[in-house]
Design a protein around this ligand. Structure first.
Ligand SMILES: [Zn+2]
Length: 189
């Protein structure tokens, strides 16, 4: 059974802010039958608004989540596919960065909530809802490339804003060798 959950089309205020919006990411694990369950989420701007300090503000990413529930654990398989709006390191203009990746998380029942490793956490037996929002955010962050630049076109040419690059060249200050400054100081004396 596929559950469609769309976060994007609603302004957060209609949900009553952060908590309500995060509720969209609550998985009702207690009532979940053993076996496989599929969920579908669309992560858009409204999601990122809850992380105002972060570098991501715009994007649209489809998330399909498969949960396989067993008696003592749940295996969560996240599949992300979409794009993020990032600022190009070279021309400083925004561009769309395609992102796509899979992540796995094992949620084991235990005494308390604890992170054992990147892929394994424990939650208490009595947990009724499991909120995946922090994991979704962390996985999206992990998909941001270290080098952020406009992608090349089909001919291998840069798609950076040429006008912007020219302007940046003009305004870029020439690098002064610190040894020259030392010489200047000597002359004054
Ligand atoms: Zn660029």
């Amino acid at each position: 059974m596929v559950k469609q959950i769309f976060i994007s089309n609603f302004a957060p205020q209609f949900f009553g802010g952060v908590e309500k919006n995060n509720e969209m990411f609550n998985i009702p694990v207690k009532g979940l039958a053993l076996g496989k369950h599929h969920y579908h989420f669309v992560v858009e701007d409204a999601f990122f608004e809850h992380y105002p300090d972060a570098e991501i503000h715009h994007g649209k990413i489809d998330l399909s989540l498969e949960i396989e529930k067993e008696s003592r654990l749940m295996a969560l398989q996240f599949h992300f596919d979409g794009s993020l709006q990032l600022v190009c390191d070279r021309c400083l203009e925004e561009y769309l960065q395609p992102v796509k990746n899979d992540f796995r998380l094992i949620v084991k029942y235990g005494e308390k909530e604890e992170e054992i490793s990147e892929e394994l956490i424990t939650v208490p037996f009595e947990t009724s809802r499991f909120n995946i929002a922090p994991y979704v955010y962390e996985y999206i962050r992990l998909m941001i490339p270290i080098k952020r630049v406009h992608p090349d076109d089909a001919f291998g040419n840069s798609t950076c804003n040429v006008e912007m690059l020219k302007k940046l060249e003009v305004y870029e200050k020439p690098v002064t060798d610190p040894r020259w400054n030392a010489l200047k100081d000597l002359k004054i004396k």
